[in-house]
Design a protein around this ligand. Structure first.
Ligand SMILES: [Zn+2]
Length: 137
């Protein structure tokens, strides 16, 4: 799954659509790369920078975005699983209360799995970034 990053040239405002890295967590962490705008031929930064060079606010937003995207994906998966589990759970002859406990347990598990998967991905991206920064010194 390739995502598109929406980039505007800071000099002339031309939109420069570029395919980005697939994992949301990896977005914006990486070596700073300068590219040339095909319209005005001036150089612009792709917005990527190494973790070491990011400010506290940038780090906070990257972490917040990771949490939010994991919750959004967990929610989407829960909706799918909710509809898939109705015919299965209805066969088990559960009381309403047991049914809700089952669903609650499934929902919570998915949110937790989704969160840890994204959080791990972000921490790996940070570790790779720190490794790259260390090599340069
Ligand atoms: Zn330009």
């Amino acid at each position: 799954m390739a995502t598109l990053r929406w980039v505007l040239c800071p000099h002339c405002g031309t939109s420069l659509n570029k395919p980005g890295t697939p994992a949301l967590a990896r977005k914006s962490i990486g070596p700073t790369v300068l590219e040339t705008c095909p319209h005005c031929l001036k150089q612009y930064s792709t917005g990527f920078s190494e973790w070491e060079r990011k400010s506290k606010i940038e780090r906070f937003f990257i972490r917040a975005r990771t949490v939010l995207s994991s919750l959004a994906i967990g929610f989407f998966m829960n909706v799918v699983i909710f509809f898939a589990s109705i015919p299965i759970l209805s066969k088990l002859n559960l009381s309403n209360r047991e049914y809700l406990v089952c669903l609650g347990f499934i929902f919570l598990t998915i949110f937790i799995i989704s969160f840890f998967k994204h959080w791990k991905g972000l921490n790996e991206a940070i570790a790779e970034s720190l490794e790259r920064t260390k090599k340069k010194i």
